[in-house]
Design a protein around this ligand. Sequence first.
Ligand code: GAP
Length: 455
Amino acid sequence: MTLEKIVNYAKLTGYIYQGSEIYGGLSNTWDYGPLGSLLKQNLKDAWLKRFVTESPYNVLLDSSILLNKTVWDASGHLSGFSDPLTECRNCHTRHRADHLIASYDKTLNVDELSKEELYQILTTKKIKCPVCGQSDWTEIRQFNLMFKTNQGPVESDLNTVYLRPETAQGIFINFKNILRTTRKKIPFGVCQIGKAFRNEITPGNFIFRTREFEQMELEFFCQPTTELKWFDYWLEEMKSFLFDLGITEQNIDYHQHSEKELSHYSNKTIDILYRFPWGFDELWGIASRTDYDLKAHQEKSGQALDYLDPETNQNYIPYVVEPSLGVERLLLAVLLEGYREEKLSDGKTRTLLKIHPFLAPYKVAVLPLIRNKHQEKSEEVFKQLAKHFPTVYDETQTIGRRYRRQDQIGTPFAVTIDDETLINNTVTVRERDSMAQVRLEIEPAIEYIKARIKF
Ligand code: GAP
């Protein structure tokens, strides 16, 4: 499976378009078309269902993208949220030094190297610029990834605000509000889905690394010393979520951060990696963040962010375990996992998107066998089905072509209306993966489909 193939597939079908296309595009921006936007929504719904509504522990939050700038001072983002930047003196393109070295020598763990060590490798190994082929690098400087703007009509330091680079901080600063307004006791978690922005030096690999993306994050608050037990618990939940969505175990790997790699706030971090076309790369991270964030916000804000355990009367700042997942990375993994080109018995090939029915943009396609004869009844059936699940109607070209079209976009069921439907109100329900058909009356057909699209 190549990245090019999935990019072309996504554009052709209306899953994902290039951003600002009619103006020549804006590099590394992507728009989600009629199918992509529904798939994205379904991924978020699946995560919400699993991590919020079905969880005995977690609640949901929707905090602002713009936060008081002291938040980013307390969290360490203003001073430390940066990547190592180097510039090619020959063609003046800018690159991430760690990425240049990682593509040169895959055995090196670049996250363990200081900027001085990175520079030394760049120069002694004479690593070439991927744009012009020369090897003449400037010294490395740390480049802060936060997007900066002004709140209000006056441009001044006093009005500086940042687009959030993660949703997590909005959760930490609302910790006391949530404690006060819910009946939650520790351990409990707060989930959030929302946009995050990072001025990445080298975005790329389609939707894998972009400057605007969405995160689904959980900050799970627990008693100190219990954090590693909860770490294991949430790691298992993350794995089950991925496997239940149809991600296969063979395409998953794990990377535990070494002492040197760990962020300043973490005492344990594991990345779940997915086998993308360029190799295994980070899909979902889980970090034990200790009490770093709540402590830092308590100090900067002067507000108490501790917790009084009602049973033990113990007072402490909770520890935090954080699974953090990018919506677009999950969407890319789901497309890669589901895309098939299948040889049929008649020698032809069908393109198939074998995704979990819960994720499919449309659950069912209503197809009149012969347009002139079956159109009226088909429109009636469409209305009935569309009340229960996202339904698409298609009456153009042969029935075989219409089945192929639905297979290609991942629609798990096709309901065909023919002469028999007009006589006894039965339809054929064709299943995408097996292509098997059953004949059912309309109400039982609705129940049949409902039972098979559950997550
Ligand atoms: N709050 C912790 C945090 O933000 P992170 O590892 O920087 O941790 C979490 O990001 C997840 O967000 C990643 O595992 C990835 O899925 C997604 N992500 C991060 N940067 C991204 C980018 N530039 N484009 C798309 N997704 C990104």
